[in-house]
Design a protein around this ligand. Structure first.
Ligand SMILES: C[S@@+](CC[C@H](N)C(=O)[O-])C[C@H]1O[C@@H](n2cnc3c(N)ncnc32)[C@H](O)[C@@H]1O
Length: 394
């Protein structure tokens, strides 16, 4: 078994991944959670801290996708260099042959031709080390592995990580109904942060689908940690400190502020979507905090004189769908202008034509990625009478 001792004073190096475009808000969040030497790069944020910090960040981060713990690093020229270093890492300190593994390799500017071959060599190294240490090798399970190993290659260096999250952190453990194209929870939470939403502001998603924005907002407002209902990868590692985790979990659960008032509204023209949203809201016991109504945007009224409207409207793939959307965008702009003056609207879309066809001038456009899909978050300050793009500019 493990002879690994982790003294609280030891500083470890981590990397938290996130949807591209959210790195800066993730860096702010990690700093607030106690991370040090926080450095945002494309796709995530590096940071340092005592090992137990990864428990807190997995539990409390709303924006991170995964928290990776760096366990090794080397210069490399070819796959053999990587294999040699992987052979020297003390894998048996972290897990044993009875636990299944998965290895993933990612690279930026690596001269190596096959990342699959790197994955294979690292897997071989892990199996060799455990067979020598404990007489058996772990199985590979790409679907539900106990332990995930990540190898990241840049031009000169190979970095080895253990994944402390397990399932990606956008899986909060409350979603029972997915509906049609739900947003990832951490993307929704990051957009609420980018928009600067605070619990005192009315919030409306008029095309709420399964309710992701609304639920993330309610969790933020009540300071309920997103990870209270799920398991994490670090629980399967041999250095897992169950006592410290239990204490932290209890403390963080007690932070929830049940007395806070929220003004969170969700509409959707689809009855099925509202049923899904209700089911998800109920799974969290948030029925009193989020008001849901079946209603089309065209028939909607602002639920307050001012507030924040956040939504991701339907998007099309096929030609006719794209044409239908293009024909509908001017109506979307008209309704915003006529019924939502005084509101600030944020629209997330992968359809980069939307802003132009809608004929409202965005005050900000932020590139964001929904998985591999490039999107824009358009911001509109709905001040009555001042927004229309003049006809000559169209
Ligand atoms: C991309 S989905 C939103 C997904 C949502 N953000 C989630 O996380 O589940 C778009 C939603 O817009 C709704 N919708 C489409 N046209 C609408 C309209 N004119 N008024 C209101 N809702 C509409 C659809 O029913 C669908 O649920």
């Amino acid at each position: 078994m493990s002879n690994l001792r982790l003294r609280p004073a030891d500083m470890e190096t981590f990397f938290a991944t996130c949807p591209r475009g959210l790195e800066a808000v993730l860096a702010d969040e990690l700093t607030a959670l106690g991370a040090q030497d926080v450095r945002a790069v494309e796709g995530g944020t590096g940071f340092r801290g005592p090992y137990a910090l990864c428990y807190r960040i997995n539990l409390e981060s709303r924006i991170a996708s995964r928290v990776l713990w760096r366990i090794g690093q080397c210069r490399y020229r070819d796959e053999n260099d990587i294999f040699t270093v992987a052979r020297k890492l003390p894998w048996a300190q972290w897990f044993g042959p009875a636990q299944s593994i998965r290895v993933d390799t990612a690279a930026i500017k690596s001269p190596l031709r096959s990342l699959d071959f790197v994955t294979l060599r690292v897997k071989d190294a892990v199996c060799d080390v455990l067979r020598e240490a404990e007489g058996d090798r772990p199985n590979v399970d790409t679907r539900q592995p106990d332990v995930r190993i990540h190898v990241f290659l840049n031009r000169d260096d190979a970095l080895f990580y253990l994944d402390t999250s397990g399932d990606a952190l956008f899986k909060r453990g409350w979603r029972t109904a997915t509906g049609d194209a739900p947003l990832r929870e951490n993307l929704a939470a990051g957009i609420l942060k980018l928009a600067g939403w605070t619990a005192e502001q009315p919030l409306l998603d008029p095309m709420c689908g399964s309710g992701t924005f609304l639920i993330e907002a309610a969790l933020m407002a009540t300071q309920r940690a997103p990870g209270l209902n799920r398991k994490f990868g670090f629980e399967k590692l041999r250095n897992f400190d169950a006592k410290a985790w239990e204490i932290l979990h209890r403390q963080v659960a007690a932070q929830e502020n049940k007395s806070i008032k929220t003004m969170i509204y969700g509409y959707d023209r689809s009855g099925d979507a509202i049923v899904d949203a209700r089911q998800n809201v109920a799974a969290l016991g948030m029925e009193q905090r989020i008001e849901l109504k079946q209603c089309s945007f065209e028939d909607s009224k602002a639920p307050a004189p001012a507030g924040l409207l956040i939504t991701n409207p339907p998007y099309g793939v096929r030609m006719e769908e794209l044409d239908d959307l293009a024909a509908w965008y001017p109506t979307l702009g008209d309704i915003l202008k006529q019924r939502y003056s005084g509101w600030t609207a944020y629209i997330l879309t992968a359809d980069l034509r939307l802003a132009k066809i809608m004929r409202l001038q965005p005050s900000r456009r932020t590139p964001l990625f929904n998985g591999a899909l490039e999107c824009r978050l358009f911001k509109y300050e709905m001040v009555a009478g001042s927004m229309r793009t003049p006809r000559s500019n169209r």
